[in-house]
Design a binder for this molecule. Structure first.
Ligand SMILES: [Zn+2]
Length: 621
């Protein structure tokens, strides 16, 4: 016969009369209303030392008969603590001791993001210390004479943001576990692989709960519980259980499981990164260079140390993202994930891989909304978004703008060098401008919140982008034809049309676009960047010039790309020998060069961050 509420409350009152007991709760499945008739009654006994164990034993024997016994504190291990397994009227009733001061200390810690998974017998992943708080949050208070449990329980209804952030950040471990497991594949060490996979999946389950703001207090059933969360990747539970359940022992079988685990981790990283996409409209853009087209309802632009509007990793999933840390902490970087040769699947895979590896490294924060930028700068992280050079990876589907936006793409140029469905490129002999499809793309990008970029486009396409876009458009990485006549550089008309939208022209550091491509001409390239900046400031105003260095983190890779995909380039790229770039270290010397030329601090700050940040505030949504 089930125990009724009256019985449970009587028992709690008797327990509270024992010296040391502060309060008593009902926990487990019965508190959460997910029990079966066979479920145990989990009774949490919150105490402060000294606890009168002998008096507790008397209560146990009164309720469960003369053979009932209770344990001392700590005999079941440091975290399970102790208690009693009782049988009362044919029901299993478990008493579990909880040291209230310790619960309070953990509560204080988790609000700062502190947590641990200390070793504990019976808990293969370790005991989640924050489960002490979660248990109380999910319990029913039976007796609480001082009101202490009720107050703590009420406070813990709100899942701490700092704990959530840190558990999500721990997803680096999932990637690492899968990575390290691969080293045991050759030996067919299925046991080691299984252990790594178990950890990888448990970390995912914790991250998903944390992102959803839900306490995860029990390792048993954690995967299934994670799979039921609305943010969980598709078929999370089935995929996770299959990875372990069908592991196998041969190297081929182990590799298959690890590949599946990599995908599960990747999808979890993406699921955990999704934030509310609405940007709260606060106040007008702060004082400073104010473009004529600035809207009065634009949210404040984030303040970044450096805004690099375009740089390039090798377009390979194993590209070394840690190279991006050559930019200073607090920077924003837009990293390319594809151009004309990439399919949707390839560009998406690159985005996933770069994001995962960046999270794994721990110094980077992939961003979705403006608030992420501010948070990244405050935390000394490098903020990452992606860009597409060419609309080819959209495969002709306007709806794919949203797909890539969700992946973190915030800038796209419709046409790379040569004509495609969207319009003409800068190397085309004939220039028919933006196509009808190109206009549809601009409309969708405006609606979704992706910045329209005219780099690599033909002159007419660029001018028509400025005309068609209802939000500021940019040239993420383009220099001035008036200073160096190269088809990749833009006309003064293009620059004026861009500025009239409220947009920004990012000056790049590519030797052949600066007109300074000698392998040893490092200082000359820095001066040439300053020349283009100064020219642009005279032409369209300091509010419309920024930096998009186009630095290629593997120059050999790009020069190989020139050789592999010659149809995407022309003599305009190859006439000056191997391409040279301005690396991040040299880019950081440009402000000093500008200072020598009389630029003030406010102008330099606008050029190196403020202007593109303002565009982001106006376009991202
Ligand atoms: Zn480019």
């Amino acid at each position: 016969m089930a125990l009724d509420d009256g019985f449970l409350q009587d028992m709690a009152q008797q327990l509270c009369e024992v010296s040391g007991v502060v309060g008593v709760v009902l926990g487990g499945s019965r508190a959460r209303g997910v029990h079966t008739p066979e479920s145990d009654y989990d009774i949490g006994i919150y105490y402060r030392r000294p606890l009168d164990i002998s008096a507790l034993g008397d209560v146990a024997r009164t309720l469960a008969g003369p053979r009932a016994a209770v344990t001392d504190i700590g005999v079941w291990g440091p975290w399970v603590d102790g208690g009693a397994w009782l049988t009362i009227a044919d029901n299993a009733v478990d008493w579990l001791y909880r040291d209230l001061d310790r619960v309070q200390r953990i509560w204080t810690g988790v609000q700062e993001g502190a947590y641990g998974f200390p070793a504990q017998v019976g808990h293969p992943f370790g005991f989640a210390d924050f489960a002490y708080v979660g248990e109380l949050a999910l319990s029913i208070v039976l007796d609480d004479p001082t009101g202490e449990l009720t107050a703590l329980r009420a406070a813990a209804q709100e899942y701490p943001t700092a704990l959530s952030e840190n558990l999500v950040r721990r997803l680096w471990e999932s990637s690492f576990d899968v990575y390290i497991a691969r080293k045991a594949v050759g030996r067919g060490d299925a046991t080691f692989v299984a252990g790594c996979l178990f950890r990888a999946i448990e970390v995912c389950a914790h991250a998903l709960h944390a992102r959803a703001g839900r306490w995860l207090i029990n390792e048993k059933g954690a995967v299934a519980a994670a799979g039921r969360l609305s943010i969980a990747p598709e078929n999370f539970t089935y995929r996770a259980q299959s990875i372990i359940g069908t592991l196998g022992t041969t190297p081929a079988e182990l590799v298959r499981a690890l590949d599946a685990a990599d995908e599960l981790v990747r999808d979890t990283v993406l699921a955990c990164d999704i934030r509310p996409s609405a940007v709260v409209v606060t106040e007008p853009a702060p004082a400073g260079p104010e473009p004529e087209a600035a809207s009065r309802t634009t949210p404040a632009a984030p303040k970044m140390v450096l805004w690099e509007q375009h740089c390039c990793l090798p377009l390979q999933e194993n590209a070394d993202v840690t190279e991006l840390a050559r930019y200073p902490a607090g920077s924003f970087l837009s990293v390319n994930i594809g151009y004309s040769p990439q399919s949707k699947a390839q560009a998406s895979a690159l985005g996933h891989a770069f994001r995962r590896n960046a999270l794994w490294d721990g110094r980077f924060r992939p961003v979705q909304v403006l608030d992420d930028l501010t948070a990244a700068a405050e935390d000394g992280m490098i903020a990452l978004a992606f860009d597409l050079e060419d609309s080819g990876p959209l495969e002709g589907e306007v709806d794919n703008v949203r797909h890539f936006y969700d992946l973190g793409v915030r800038t796209m140029l419709p046409t790379y060098n040569y004509a495609n469905a969207a319009g003409c490129g800068c190397l085309d002999a004939e220039d028919t401008g933006l196509s009808a499809y190109g206009r549809d793309l601009v409309r969708e990008m405006n609606a979704v919140g992706m910045t329209v970029d005219g780099s690599h486009c033909s002159i007419r396409t660029g001018l028509e982008l400025a005309e068609a876009s209802e939000r500021p458009m940019i040239y993420s990485h383009a220099n001035f034809k008036s200073l160096w006549s190269h088809p990749r550089n833009i006309t003064d008309d293009q620059a004026r049309a861009c500025a009239a939208t409220g947009g920004v022209i990012g000056i790049n550091g590519v030797g052949i676009f600066l007109g300074v491509n000698g392998p040893e001409q490092h200082r000359d390239r820095v001066r040439a960047i300053a020349d283009h900046i100064a020219y642009g400031v005279d032409l369209v105003g300091v509010a419309h010039i920024g930096v998009g260095s186009d630095y290629s983190f593997d120059s050999a890779d790009f020069n190989l790309e020139l050789a592999t995909n010659p149809q995407a380039f022309s003599e305009a790229y190859t006439a000056w020998g191997p391409l040279q770039w301005v690396p991040p270290e040299d880019l950081l010397t440009v402000p000093a060069e500008l200072m020598r030329r009389g630029f003030d601090d406010a102008s330099i700050a606008a050029i190196f961050g403020g202007n593109f940040a303002r565009v982001a505030a106006q376009v991202w949504s």
